[in-house]
Design a protein around this ligand. Structure first.
Ligand SMILES: [Zn+2]
Length: 249
């Protein structure tokens, strides 16, 4: 999970919310929803807010689709505080940009995760919600989390450890085997890249810093879409651990 630095809400969303009687998420006009979708994707560097899977297709259609705001229909706009609860208990949060994120289809090889962990209606039904994790808050997302060498995501020890682990495993199912395998594969990519630059015995702080910069920053794909690398937080955690290990001090 990567911290999402939210920029300003899209203008169309603000106007709709402020000028429409009975404004609701379900009532959002199509063009407003497309602008919202694009804004969320840009804020997130085209990664799922929960699992860091890449969002939007990599096909030749991407250029026209992404820039015109027409997307892969597998992308969902997710309410962090669940939509059903917004409708009954916190009306203002259903159109609160800070409560909205873009997530993946939540289905890898037939097993559900992210907002779909509890089935197709998933988290939106309000039957389950996050106890403490929040991808829009650095302290309650990436700062709390670490990754094991087998690709497992887990909470660092501390005050929020058990509720963060509950959210990761029970609410979001982020240790689904496919996601775990994908994160482990990222460690192999990092190792190969390090070895490609310098033989293993000679790795140093400057090398780790260069690699960290690569995984930290947005890069343009061939269509000019600014993206973070999939599972980038797992790679950064791996590199920081190497950098801080006594072996390389
Ligand atoms: Zn996801």
């Amino acid at each position: 999970m990567k911290h999402i630095r939210k920029k300003n809400e899209p203008e169309k969303l603000r106007v709709y919310r402020q000028t429409t009687d009975g404004a609701s998420y379900d009532g959002l006009p199509g063009d407003t929803k497309r602008e919202l979708n694009l804004a969320l994707l840009k804020d997130q560097g085209f990664l799922c807010a929960y699992c860091m899977k890449p969002l939007a297709p990599k096909s030749k259609d991407v250029e026209g689709d992404v820039l015109s705001g027409v997307f892969d229909n597998k992308i969902t706009i997710e309410h962090i505080y669940p939509r059903a609860l917004c409708q009954t208990q916190m009306q203002h949060r259903q159109l609160d940009y800070k409560n909205l994120v873009a997530v993946c289809d939540g289905n890898s090889e037939g097993e559900f995760h992210c907002d779909k962990t509890q089935g197709p209606q998933g988290k939106a039904s309000g039957q389950v919600s996050l106890a403490c994790l929040d991808p829009t808050d650095a302290k309650m997302s990436e700062n709390l989390l670490t990754y094991l060498l087998d690709g497992t995501i887990c909470a660092k020890s501390g005050r929020h450890e058990s509720c963060a682990n509950h959210d990761l495993n029970t609410v979001l199912n982020l240790n689904h085997p496919v996601l775990q395998r994908n994160r482990k594969a990222v460690f192999d990519v990092v190792k190969t890249s390090l070895e490609g630059e310098m033989p293993k015995g000679t790795w140093n702080q400057q090398l780790f810093d260069r690699q960290i910069e690569r995984w930290k920053n947005l890069t343009s794909d061939k269509y000019g879409v600014r993206r973070y690398k999939p599972y980038c937080m797992a790679a950064l955690d791996f590199l920081e651990k190497l950098k801080n290990s006594p072996k390389y001090q």
